[in-house]
Design a protein around this ligand. Structure first.
Ligand SMILES: NC(=O)c1ccc[n+]([C@@H]2O[C@H](COP(=O)([O-])OP(=O)(O)OC[C@H]3O[C@@H](n4cnc5c(N)ncnc54)[C@H](O)[C@@H]3O)[C@@H](O)[C@H]2O)c1
Length: 350
């Protein structure tokens, strides 16, 4: 069975992907600095498997450390080799992701996201591992129209976070020219991942104040504090912004399929949107959450927020045809699973 290094493995998407990798029989070496997560997520993963009478103790290893330190990454490759489980591929989630913070601390974002990725890629090359799936984002696109965004859309991020994602994409593009390369690379551009594992045991656990809508909706449903909906005068059916929400387990599945595709195929670089291709307004999301969970989500309208765009919906046809991937879960399921996570762990992983 293949051995996979997962950077950012205790984070929101990383932990769900570790779960899916383990379910598919992969051995997982997860690393994380814990700057925005807790290693308890991995304990809960073990618990889910235990409840199914499956022992994964020798299939999941965790190493706390920072990808800005190349020696640390090299150490993981060497350890895996010593354990006779040489790393076959990497899924690279580790990074900072708060758009607003990236505007205030751009150097932190460049150092963490770009320099960290550079180190990882260098270490991969030194250890002769040339297969990587990279977490990119729809924020790399220039948002010019209200059409579905395809991978060929013009690229023009409008904040440092998006710039760092594009910089890593460019780095990955460039290394395909390396004469001794033989790289196999999948760049996945996520839209809006939400929801949680259906057990309610793992989910999104932002250590700082979240600025994406779904955790804010969950908090508001829980505390009954009013949330702010930014803008009700956008040119959409109800005046609120439209986004493409994708269940985190479908996203995890997209990673497994991308990894499997790379491992089975020749040297190449693919760029794929991972979204459902269906747009929902902020009000749709709030109403669906309320109806699915029989709770109220108090909200009020506020001014449009700087940097927001009206609509962001994926053209996911390429991921569907190349990976044979298809999102299976509905918006209602995303809302039910997210709320179950909150009620199972009201304080996250505390
Ligand atoms: N969640 C989203 O809406 C979204 C959308 C598009 C892209 N992404 C990207 O997907 C990836 C995962 O996102 P997430 O939502 O799971 O975020 P997350 O913050 O939950 O996970 C990222 C993980 O990386 C770790 N990390 C950060 N810097 C590190 C470093 N230098 N060394 C080691 N570990 C480090 C954090 O502790 C965290 O556990 C990120 O790269 C993010 O930019 C996320």
């Amino acid at each position: 069975m293949k051995n996979i290094l997962v950077t950012g493995g205790t984070g929101f998407i990383g932990s769900h992907t570790c779960f899916s990798l383990l379910s598919e029989g992969y051995n997982v070496y997860a690393i994380d600095s814990l700057v925005n997560s807790s290693k308890k997520s991995l304990l809960y993963i073990e618990e889910i498997f235990r409840s199914r009478d499956i022992d994964i103790s020798n299939k999941l290893r965790f190493f706390e450390g920072d990808i800005r330190k190349k020696d640390f990454i090299n150490y993981i490759f060497k350890t895996a080799l010593k354990e006779k489980k040489p790393i076959d591929g990497v899924i690279h989630f580790a990074g900072l992701k708060a758009v607003a913070e990236s505007v205030i601390k751009p150097l932190n974002y460049w150092e963490n996201n770009v320099f960290g990725s550079y180190n990882l890629i260098k270490s991969m090359k030194e250890n002769n591992c040339k297969t990587i799936v990279f977490s990119s984002s729809a924020t790399v696109y220039r948002f010019s129209s209200d059409n579905l965004l395809s991978e060929d859309n013009q690229l023009k991020p409008i904040n440092p976070y998006g710039s760092t994602k594009l910089a890593v994409e460019n780095l990955l593009n460039d290394i395909t020219q390396d004469a001794n390369g033989n790289w196999k690379i999948a760049i996945l551009r996520y839209f809006n991942p939400i929801g949680a594992h259906e057990s309610g045991l793992i989910g999104e656990n932002p250590l700082n104040k979240p600025n994406n809508i779904f955790p804010i909706i969950i908090n508001s449903a829980y505390t009954k504090e009013k949330l702010k909906v930014f803008g009700n005068d956008w040119p959409t059916k109800d005046g609120t912004c439209i986004r493409d929400y994708v269940h985190v387990m479908d996203l995890a599945d997209g990673h497994i399929k991308a990894l499997d595709f790379l491992l089975r195929n020749k040297t190449q670089l693919i760029k794929l949107n991972i979204g459902t291709g269906i747009g929902h307004s902020v009000l749709d999301l709030i109403k669906t959450f309320e109806n699915a969970n029989n709770v109220s989500v108090p909200f009020e309208f506020d001014e449009r927020r700087e940097g927001d765009v009206c609509q962001l919906v994926a053209d996911n046809s390429k991921a569907k045809s190349i990976l044979n991937w298809s999102p299976a879960k509905s918006l209602k399921e995303m809302c039910i699973d997210g709320w179950k996570w909150k009620n199972t762990n009201p304080k996250g992983y505390m």
